[in-house]
Design a protein around this ligand. Structure first.
Ligand SMILES: [Zn+2]
Ligand SMILES: [Zn+2]
Length: 125
């Protein structure tokens, strides 16, 4: 049987994961218990099984990444502050080139968050 097409990103296929009653898209990583079930995403730290669904004011989107609260605690405060200040800059500007630079800086800051959380998790994940 061909894996069903992901309806969150429309590109990937929903494939079974090693976890009970869980499918996950191989492109956007959104998961679901079944095709029509509520969507959720897993913590992006390797081997972490925490997951979340839609949140008020923060709905799931395809390709979204999320770090669970347990792993988020391991992220240095300076990185969190960096992302908060980028978000404030983003809110203040409407200049497209500047927004692009802010988004690129935020993507780098986010990778640093993931790296820090993954390193801190080494062994305990
Ligand atoms: Zn997808
Ligand atoms: Zn986690």
């Amino acid at each position: 049987m061909k894996a069903p097409l992901c309806h969150w990103c429309g590109n990937g296929r929903l494939r079974p994961t090693p976890w009970f009653r869980t499918l996950s898209c191989d492109v956007c990583r959104v998961g679901s218990a079944d095709l029509n079930g509520p969507a959720f995403i897993g913590c992006c730290i390797p081997f972490c099984r925490a997951s979340r669904g839609d949140r008020k004011g923060d709905p799931l989107t395809a390709h979204m990444e999320w770090i669970c609260s347990r792993h988020w605690r391991a992220v240095p405060r300076r990185l969190k502050q960096r992302r908060a200040s980028l978000r404030r800059m983003e809110a203040r500007t409407s200049d497209a080139a500047r927004l692009q630079r802010i988004h690129a800086a935020d993507a780098r800051a986010w990778s640093a968050c993931k790296r820090a959380a993954t390193e801190a998790a080494g062994g305990i994940a």
